[in-house]
Design a protein around this ligand. Structure first.
Ligand code: MG
Length: 252
């Protein structure tokens, strides 16, 4: 069942999501050659502590990180560790925070220094996919209109859509109904209502769509080891326009 949030719940989600996005923004700004993914993880944990929030991924089914850090061929669920970020990498950071009983979930992919132009185009396209998908999160549309918007843009650019992992409803729980695939025909699934809240998260590959999970039980990589990009926002379906909830506080 898809939960339609009441106005006071949406207000609580705005607060939580804003904190989530602000932390992601700060962690993403630390991504640089020579930095390890564990250092980024520790920074996220420190920022979450200061905000008196709970890192949603930490301990989730035994996950050891406060963020997911997925480099190059890693699509999602990269476990923070000793991997050193290098010039030319693309680094996806995914962060979830629980605050005031509500979860925010957001991700971005950072291009580090001198990145291959095709890889850069992959990042730009994936962000375009997210923007287009969010544009469909409007009352009266069907759920798969979101999915289709991602697929159309990704494939027109010559890239492929990850099938094995999907977006999701979000609220008091990180993963609520519905599942939101990033592919499929439009006009299917439930009719959207204002107040539904979704984590929309296209994962787009430079090569084929197939995935593989590494022996750590978490890290998902592209089967062909070509790079992947991932962008995510927590959004609320609106009457005429979606509202992005994971907007960072500006520095003033
Ligand atoms: Mg998510």
């Amino acid at each position: 069942m898809i939960i339609v949030k009441k106005p006071q719940e949406l207000e609580a989600m705005r607060v939580s999501a804003r904190k989530t996005a602000t932390i992601l923004h700060k962690v993403a700004a630390k991504v640089a050659p020579g930095v390890t993914t564990l250092e980024l993880d520790e920074y996220a944990a420190e920022l979450a502590r200061k905000e008196e929030g709970i890192c949603a991924f930490y301990g989730y089914h035994g996950f050891s990180g406060h963020i997911c850090a997925s480099v190059n061929e890693e699509i999602v669920h990269g476990v923070p560790g000793r991997r050193v970020i290098r010039d030319g990498d693309v680094v996806s950071i995914d962060f979830g925070l629980v605050y005031g009983g509500y979860v925010g979930d957001t991700a971005t992919t950072v291009a580090v220094g001198n990145v291959d132009p095709e890889w850069k185009r992959l990042l730009i396209t994936t962000e375009d996919c997210l923007t287009a998908a969010i544009g469909k999160a409007v009352e009266g549309n069907r759920l798969s209109d979101i999915s289709n918007a991602v697929q159309v843009i990704a494939e027109a650019a010559g890239f492929s859509v990850v099938r094995d992992f999907v977006g999701h409803g979000i609220g008091r729980d990180m993963h609520e109904d519905p599942q939101i695939p990033n592919y499929g025909p439009p006009g299917r699934g439930p009719v959207l209502k204002a107040g539904m809240t979704f984590a929309i998260e296209p994962m787009i590959n430079l090569g084929g769509h197939k995935t593989q999970t590494l022996n750590d039980g978490w890290t998902v990589v592209t089967k062909d080891r070509l790079p992947s990009a991932h962008f995510e926002h927590t959004v609320a379906v609106g009457k005429t326009k979606a509202e992005i909830l994971t907007v960072p506080e500006t520095d003033g």
